[in-house]
Write a protein that binds this ligand. Sequence first.
Ligand SMILES: [Cu+2]
Length: 136
Amino acid sequence: MRRRTFLAGAAGVSASVLAGCLGSGAPGDHDVGMAANAFEPPTYEATVGETVVWGNNGSRSHSVTAYEGGIPEAAEYFASGGFESERAARDGYWNGEGVVYAGETYEHTFDVPGEYQYFCVPHERAGMVGRIVVTE
Ligand SMILES: [Cu+2]
């Protein structure tokens, strides 16, 4: 949040809007960074309808994968790669699907308020987990 505010101010344009246009933009154009086995910030607060952009600003490959049991009941499952279940996302990653490579971004729009817990498939055991808290 703090970093985004700084970047948005520095660029004179919303970081989210910019990333949305570029698809895989410059490393700074994201809300949540992915590097060094961590999502930064680990908890990100968004409002309903907001599109959150993850950016891989490190050198390793990562994923953004929701915990099926860790999202609001009314919410749609989400994961980089567009998988419809956590199982499919976990399996798919090792086949090269849903990988967010260095310099790439992934984005998801949150339409249902609540808490969303997610992780990175290859670095889950290293503690690479995150949380999006969506409020009205
Ligand atoms: Cu990772």
